[in-house]
Design a binder for this molecule. Structure first.
Ligand code: COA
Length: 455
């Protein structure tokens, strides 16, 4: 595949960009002058209340005398504590992602008959339309699987006989289909990337309708298609922990915004995938892995607190890392003392690290988790708790499972599709109004000049 030639000259780019910078910078003080809720946040950092939901509840602090009081984080799906869901599945030693999808989309936990029927239907829906892999994935492979996933999602519109109808039944049907197909799309997109960009062989396994989502992912991604039961169960738990996170997270809110306009499921979900790709959202799991690769390269003694702390200071100063000043995998908009997803993944990671020879790396991650809040307080002068978020450990677990980096964020999407579809259903049935906030107009009224009069 060849990329398109670039006709936009460097000098032209400079001229256009300079013009933009001259006319379009908005000074920070204007945001406070006009009481603008930047990032839809209140002055105390809490989110602006823009809707109501029965889905995920992300509980990270309590308000006391008008102040945020830090607490251990709690995550519930339709009222069920995610820890209880996982604990129940562990006791019965079975896969649970499909069941959690049922819970989120349909509102209650399925009984045995309902679950079997749901799983069976997902199995039937797994296969991609005829020639979809050849036409939509292999003909235009992408270096980035998230971009391919967004494009493929949008393309599925063409293969749906009833794509636009926004009844509950139709959206539910599309949700089951997307939930079933995401593992196949990301795996085939990954295989195409291997073949066309990495010079490796491509293994196009077919999905197995009788296996769970987690088993299918491992089967489709691995060249030999093999995996152990423990590996598949661990991946299943990862999917459950990523399935939903309230309506305010960037990609679910994207689903809310797009669904409120009445657009179709494929357009709405493709937009959510695009949002999730961002490094401040789902894309952080990839940044975390890159960040640790860099720390491991530049810090001689991984157990030396002083040396690790100095490197973290450099990252926060923008002198190391990706220059953003962010330590990825740390901090959260709502959680304060702990992110329950990070707690669960860390617990799952420990025995796997011992078994796979990654204990030293695990200790380094834990050291970064311990030191970052101290350095954050020292640098920002803020007395604000900061905890590890889900991404600090998710990429590490995927790495120990031998999964390729390029599918870390797509795996997040493969899990979150059920949360997105549940938000879409909720928005379409009870949102009622197009989401349409306001922007303070800042441009001064300007008199039009003919071409010859312009300088
Ligand atoms: N490293 C360095 N600085 C951080 C930080 C981190 N991990 N997390 C927050 N900060 C900084 C912010 O940039 C902000 O600085 P500013 O006031 O100079 O602009 C300040 O701390 C306050 O941020 P806060 O309000 O606590 O966080 P937020 O709600 O705006 O952002 C995240 C939450 C998750 C976007 C943020 O913590 C972050 O970018 N973390 C790293 C990326 C990541 O791991 N994302 C995955 C999220 S699950």
């Amino acid at each position: 595949m060849t990329t398109q030639p670039n006709f936009v000259r460097e000098e032209l780019l400079q001229e256009l960009s300079e013009s933009f910078r001259m006319h379009d910078q908005i000074p920070a003080e204007l945001f406070s002058r006009y009481s603008i809720k930047r990032g839809l946040r209140n002055a105390d950092g809490t989110g602006v209340l823009v809707g109501a939901s029965r889905l995920g509840n992300v509980h990270g602090y309590i308000m006391n005398e008008g102040e945020r009081e830090p607490i251990e984080g709690r995550l519930t799906y339709r009222g069920y504590n995610v820890y209880d869901l996982i604990h129940g599945l562990e006791q019965e030693n079975r896969f649970g992602f499909e069941e959690v999808g049922y819970l989120l989309m349909c509102g209650s936990l399925p009984n045995r008959r309902q679950l079997t029927d749901f799983q069976h239907t997902i199995g039937l829906e797994r296969a991609l339309p005829d020639n979809f892999t050849e036409d939509m994935i292999m003909r235009a492979p992408s270096r980035d699987i998230m971009n391919k996933l967004a494009g493929a999602t949008l393309a599925l519109y063409s293969y749906d006989e009833n794509p636009d109808e926004t009844t509950v039944e139709n959206i539910m049907r599309q949700g089951i289909s997307l939930m079933a197909k995401f593992p196949v799309i990301i795996s085939h997109a990954y295989q195409a990337k291997r073949r066309y960009f990495d010079g490796d062989s491509m293994f196009l396994h077919v999905p197995d309708p009788d296996r769970s989502t987690a088993e299918n992912i491992l089967h489709l991604i691995r060249p030999n298609g093999e995996y152990t039961a423990d590996e598949a169960l661990l991946l299943d738990r990862c999917l459950i922990l990523h399935a939903e996170h309230g309506g305010g997270n960037n990609s679910s809110f994207t689903v809310r915004v797009t669904s409120s306009s009445g657009t179709d499921t494929y357009s709405s979900i493709a937009a959510a995938v695009s949002s999730l790709k961002g490094p401040r959202h789902g894309g952080a799991n990839l940044r975390v892995v890159r960040q640790f690769d860099e720390i491991k390269e530049n810090v001689r003694n991984w157990t030396d607190e002083g040396e690790v702390a100095d490197y973290l200071r450099k990252i926060m100063d923008g002198a190391a890392g990706d220059g953003s000043g962010l330590i990825y995998g740390m901090g959260h908009a709502i959680y304060t003392l702990s992110d329950p997803r990070a707690v669960a993944l860390k617990k799952a990671a420990r025995p796997l690290a011992e078994k796979t020879g990654f204990s030293e790396e695990m200790a380094l991650i834990e050291l970064v988790e311990k030191l970052t809040p101290q350095i954050f307080a020292e640098k920002k002068g803020l007395d604000k708790p900061m905890c590890a978020n889900v991404d600090l450990y998710s990429g590490f677990v995927y790495k120990m499972l031998g999964l390729p980096k390029s599918i870390y964020t797509p795996l997040f999407a493969t899990a979150r599709i059920v949360g997105w579809m549940a938000h879409r259903l909720e928005e379409v049935t009870s949102g009622g109004k197009i989401i349409r906030p306001a922007y303070k107009p800042l441009a001064k009224s300007t008199v039009y000049k003919n071409l010859d009069e312009r300088g």
